[in-house]
Write a protein that binds this ligand. Sequence first.
Ligand code: PEP
Ligand code: MG
Length: 883
Amino acid sequence: TKWVYTFGNGAAEGAADMRNLLGGKGANLAEMSSLGLPVPPGFTITTDVCTWYYDHDKSYPDELTAQVEAALDAVGEATGRKFGDEKLPLLVSVRSGARVSMPGMMDTVLNLGLNDETVKAIGADANDMRFAYDSYRRFIQMYSDVVLGLDHHEFEEILEDHKQLKGLTLDTEISADDWVGIIEKYKALVEEELGNPFPQDAKEQLWGAIGAVFSSWMVPRAVTYRRLHEIPGDWGTAVNVQAMVFGNMGETSATGVAFTRNPSTGEKTLYGEFLVNAQGEDVVAGIRTPQDITEKARIEAGSERPSLENLMPEAFAEFQSYCDKLEKHYRDMQDLEFTIEKGKLWMLQTRAGKRTAKAALKIAVDMVDEGLLSEEEAVGRVEPGALDQLLHPTIDPKADRDILATGLPASPGAASGAIVFTSDEAEEAKAAGRPVILVRVETSPEDIHGMHAAEGILTSRGGMTSHAAVVARGMGKPCVAGAGGLRIDYRNGTMTVGGRSLNKGDIITIDGASGQILSGEVAMLQPVLSGDFGTLMAWADRARRMRVRTNAETPQDAKVAREFGAEGIGLCRTEHMFFEGERIIAVREMILAGSEQGRRAALDKLLPMQRKDFTEIFEIMKGLPVTIRLLDPPLHEFLPKTDEELDEVAKAMNIAPELLRDRALSLEEFNPMLGHRGCRLLVSYPEIAEMQARAIFEAAVEAGRKTGAPVVPEIMVPLVGLKGELDLVRSRIDAMAEAVANETASTIDYQVGTMVELPRAALQAAEIAKSAEFFSFGTNDLTQTTFGISRDDAASFLGTYQNKGLIEQDPFVSLDQDGVGELVQIGAERGRKTRSDIKLGICGEHGGDPSSIHFCEGVGLDYVSCSPFRVPIARLAAAQAAL
Ligand code: PEP
Ligand code: MG
């Protein structure tokens, strides 16, 4: 078996399309090498080795040693060096690389191959002992941290102590001799902590690092990251071993990262940061604040520190040409890493760059204009869930701004919340329903859970490509990074800025678009969608087959949904129209009435309210389909609870409160969700269905007359399990249609259908379809009843199920395609068998979930229906599902 693939010198054994085997980094290094870009030679150990390693008690396949040695020899030949040699030693980097990038999650070791002897040879060869020792101390620290498991803080303390002793502030001020002393202390620390000296044998170092990379696949933070991003655990990581090139060889050397377009806005301009005389980790870790790559960015930022364009114009021009070449080759925005060693440019990585939703839209639309992508390809380039970001609020420009400080605008959107200084506090606050801003000096992968929990993230250190910035952009959370004016004191729980001091719990607002940090809560505006949004959505609408409707019951929701492109209402929950004020009293009267006569009296009060609501909704929807669901009140949500509420209703009904209390008690149920709700209530009290049908038909006639567009209401009966239930309710609806038609001297066109939200309804769909012109899959209840898991109580244990790997996702959020999905499939098939043109839709929460929408496309549903703010997401997801 071939376990190792080499690259370098304009050739490669791998290619970009081998990412499953070589990981993203390895596949792209191979591709760049084949394209003739200057890539330091190296080799990739495949992801299959990782799988083998975990399947075989953390050991390697037999052939691996020989294949690695042969590849090392080849790298040595290409560089004129030899691994472990004491005259011209080859040094290598060892890095992880999974199929999809997991930024900062797994480990890297640089400068590997250094020991007490090779360091001298490296120094002599470079004619720079300071550089050699700087590299060696970096290596000892990194290797000890990553491979030997020692805390890097201990090393930093030694370094800080030394700087303090010598009165130095910057690492670059430390001399060769000083480094020698520090290295001795580092080695002593390792020996003291581990009882063994720091490994001097280069091969031992190499295998140690390879093992550490494979092991890092299973560290908790990587496991958590995979769970959050739905990355299967069995993909494994590859290991990339590559000849070192040095960005820390003095003032003509540098290292940096860049995006071929602005990852925040999508603007077509090279965008990145670099550090002179540094190694790659320095940029990402945010230890020194980096400089801008282009003059344009430098001028815009008002920075006095020179750009790369200015400082090393030749290397810059060459880099720019590679950016163009790679973008055209991959037909996507690239995220690049590079190093300049004594003026010579080396490319270390390329991959599709992470971007905000705003940037994703702009880049997709621009690339169609540039002829790089087709419209359909562009539709596929934007992740539907990411559109959520665009729907975030921004700060009202008219609001007063009490600006505390300004940092880098690292991730767009604005958020307010109470200051917390640790990720655990952020998580606790989230659980308690309190919005917080996570404030850190810098973030690390250990902070992922806190970043998830917080409304926004603020750091005092690090650039636009720091951990906080990259991760926040990926999450779509507002982030202000590198706010250097902040002094954060974790111990006392304070943050001082410009002479003002704030404490944990104080409210601040961050504006990820401007980088501003504001005191207190600030007024926000709902976002206005850009022209790019409209363009891409128009392409998506052309590509999709399924219709997208919305779940809405108020005129306001209906309006918002129309603006987001909803093509009708898929679910109008009439019980939700009764939650407020006078209305709930009338509903309570109806529920608690002791007789049909009493119920009818209460219903008479409700009729005009219903008719008015429906008329307004029909008018807003201008002839688009509207599905109105008859009353489905889980009784516990509507029964009066407090004495005050009881008194109110008793007064309205003109009966004694005690009597009413007895009635309310007698109506209490053990399992209201499985109780007297939905069509069961309508079977007991058909007059409810009559009142609602009357309100709907009268409103339809009125709205039709007003707008001139005929209204064809779709009346939906909830929680049907037996065809007979539907027939009974349907007979009342049909009779009412005839009555209203006569009274108003008009013809009334309408449809009657049912929710499919019980397993029995799905199984009996052929029978039920005889009486239903449409089905709408109510996957909230269908999930509840298929799993036998109460939707109201699931939260307390589903988390445990996820942590134990029993389920990948909450089935109430993303459709359980195997189980609940099979019932949907059965329901659709059997329904169509009876009535080939039966209209099929979904209106559970899953109607707005991209992967569930893919499933619905597979089943051939006619439409999905979701909450107003998810309509754009559903439109895009439906388009991608159809492509
Ligand atoms: C459903 O059950 O999926 C549904 C849409 O109805 P509700 O959430 O109102 O029970
Ligand atoms: Mg339901």
